[in-house]
Design a protein around this ligand. Structure first.
Ligand SMILES: C[S@@+](CC[C@H](N)C(=O)[O-])C[C@H]1O[C@@H](n2cnc3c(N)ncnc32)[C@H](O)[C@@H]1O
Length: 302
């Protein structure tokens, strides 16, 4: 009986060590405490995060390429299957930096074990949470459809934690939400200093009006889409500009989106231009959409 118990304990310890040792990229940070966060639904889909991947490569590729060491990216909360981590590695290597490496981090140990057959050169999987169990600072953290299952009041703290894990010069956190097949996406991009921009990205053919994207707002904004909040005013103006650009519809949804963005740029601080608008994207400065009171004394800014 005792022997069986000892064997079982030894087996459990070995499994735990194997999970901890899963990431070989830059070495694992020794973890003294439980992963930070809570396991949630693992819904994912192949190619779901393509819009986010493309935006990261386009807007951040040059910074990654400039890094002295091979850049390390973390796909935080990759879900029940590791497709999004596999794809992030492929896209970063193809479109940003051929030296890129990806660590998929999951808080659910069974999902880490299930991902191991997909590990290969440049791609590993590790058990962990918002502490990000990778040694040293990382160049990119992508957390898609993770925070949406947490309470809104956790966002600032989680952002601060993740931003603190970024390389001080050039690190990027991308945190956001999309639908099941990645047609509609909204994400916040943050640097080590905090939030910078909000990007709306969509398959234009599937759009009735821009505020269709409201249901995919990241956790920091989704409960703020009410009168009196900046994000509500922005989506209202976005819809108005889209309606005014209706004559462009005969040239296609892309031309209509570009005309809409051009009009919106008169009143809102957009940070991108036609090149990205053509992709069905639009990026606006975070401070224009930040919830009222964000960053004020006594409120929880990162
Ligand atoms: C809905 S899935 C998203 C999968 C994938 N990122 C996607 O967008 O398709 C959310 C995953 O995040 C994981 N998760 C939740 N909190 C986490 C945390 N603090 N650290 C790491 N993973 C976490 C959950 O276990 C779940 O597998």
């Amino acid at each position: 009986m005792r022997l069986r118990l000892r064997l079982r304990l030894r087996l459990r310890l070995r499994l735990r060590l194997r999970l901890r040792g899963a990431s070989t990229l830059g070495g694992m940070a020794p973890r003294m405490t439980r992963p930070v966060g809570t396991p949630t639904r693992g819904t994912t889909n192949p190619n779901r995060l393509r819009r986010m991947d493309r935006w990261i490569a386009a807007s951040h590729g040059a910074v990654l390429r400039r890094a002295d060491a091979p850049p390390v990216a973390v796909d935080l909360g990759y879900g029940a299957a590791p497709w999004t981590a596999v794809e992030l590695l492929d896209r970063l290597r193809r479109d940003a930096d051929p030296r890129a490496r990806v660590v998929g981090v999951e808080i659910d140990p069974a999902r880490v074990a299930a991902a191991q057959p997909y590990a290969r050169e440049g791609l590993s999987f590790a058990h962990g949470g918002f502490e990000v169990p990778v040694a040293g600072p990382v160049d990119l953290i992508r957390a898609a459809n993770v925070l949406r299952q947490y309470d809104e009041d956790r966002v600032a703290d989680v952002w601060a934690r993740l931003c603190a894990r970024l390389t001080p010069r050039g690190g990027l956190l991308v945190e956001g939400t999309c639908d099941e097949i990645g047609r509609r996406h909204v994400w916040v991009a943050l640097g080590p200093e905090g939030p910078r921009t909000v990007t709306f990205a969509t398959r234009l053919g599937s759009l009735d009006r821009p505020s269709d994207l409201a249901e995919r707002l990241p956790k920091a904004l989704i409960h703020r889409n009410v009168p009196g909040e900046p994000v509500h005013a922005f989506l209202r103006d976005f819809d108005r500009a889209w309606a005014a650009a209706a004559p462009y519809a005969s040239l296609g949804a892309r031309q209509r989106w570009i005309a809409t963005a051009s009009a919106l740029a008169a009143d809102w601080p957009l940070t991108d231009g036609r090149g990205r608008w053509r992709q069905g994207e639009l990026t606006v400065r975070w401070d224009a959409l930040a919830p009222r009171g964000w960053g004020a004394p006594g409120t929880p800014p990162p």
